[in-house]
Ligand binder design. Sequence first.
Ligand code: AMP
Ligand code: ZN
Length: 141
Amino acid sequence: MNEKDCIFCKIVRGEIPSHKVYEDDDVLAFLDIGQVTKGHTLVIPKKHYDNFLSTPQEVMHKVMDVAQRIGQVQMMKLGAKGVNILSNCNKEAGQSVFHFHVHVIPRYGAKEGLKIEFKQPSELKDLSLPIIAETISKEIK
Ligand code: AMP
Ligand code: ZN
């Protein structure tokens, strides 16, 4: 996806409308058109990066700082009782817009909105957790 055709780059450039909630030199936040729950917000870097994994650290810090502040406001002013932070990375993980974004999803009760099913530990007993942990830990910088 190039920046010319990217829907979030178009929002940054003001070529398509959005309900903005925050803007500075590097970061933009606006309401998700899908509104999984009331106040569901997307936080993006203004510069195009494809996803969470390819975004430089200093940009990531700025985006996450804004995401945290939006979550705090959702709790204080929208009556949220909790917040989910989510970034889908690649289509296998559900990414549909390939410009890095963080979903900040206020939660009002356990039933509404987002549902992620985590497996029970008993379903994972065929995996070797020591080997998986070693594989990750020896590579991480
Ligand atoms: P993802 O599936 O994680 O890539 O999320 C993309 C999100 O972008 C979805 O939740 C969409 O509802 C949202 N979205 C797509 N187009 C727009 C738009 N024009 N304005 C606001 N949100 C949008
Ligand atoms: Zn873009």
